[in-house]
Design a protein around this ligand. Sequence first.
Ligand SMILES: [Zn+2]
Length: 278
Amino acid sequence: MASSGRLSATIGLGLLAVLLTASCSFQKANAQASKPSFNYTQGGADWGSLCVNGSFQSPINVRTARATVNGTIGPDSSFVLQYERLSNYTIVNKGQTIEFEGGENNNLTLPTAIYKPTNGTSKLHLLQSHFHEPSEHLREGVAYPLEQHFVHNDAATGRFAVLAVFYKIDDEEVPNPFLSQILNYAPGGYNNKTVVTNQTIDLPAWIPINSNYFHYNGSLTTPPCTEGIMWFVLDTPLTMSSAQLTQYQRLTFLGGGDRGDNRPLQRVGTRELQHWIK
Ligand SMILES: [Zn+2]
């Protein structure tokens, strides 16, 4: 966990400011030029000046054989999702992804073995959730069709934690009902078009909280690729139908022949990859 301490010393409240600034300038750029400030047409190869150049970048290939087993998931080693039902949620079509807001009272509490800030608690607030197609992280070298990110922030320390969940196509082509509640109400058009739904989504029922998980220290996967992000990649993939994958592609500009909205794999280097298992 030496890397975690080093990371926490290098980031702070400034990270939130960076993110908010990036978000604002992104919207401004869209309003002016009707196109995003970055895209995936070169797979992120042209993001050089937009991204920090560090050795703690994301995404990575999550390999079980590479990971250190950090113990049995129990009351003290499991993260706790304190999610509530989310009503009248806002969905934004950013072109590169579909994003929905996290609501007022949805939190993630991390194991103190992973995150124990000196100021505040181990609790982080859910800011938003969005998707990448195909998956950004690989599992044993293989990509899943879709990956969802739940982005959490600890306002007291400026730290971020992202929960990553893979999706695979269901053998019987059964659609994922929670995904439908996002995709069926997402606005068309790429220019940060926003819709406030009159729906309620059952967040606690969506996420497999009893899943084993991997943990490592990485970065945002979009510019400015800020480091110091605590990643939690769930072992258990969720399922969806291939029609839902097509629906996502058509909603975003990925349906227009773009290569996907996944950043290419980054080097793991000497980083520790932890596997927390039952
Ligand atoms: Zn993401």
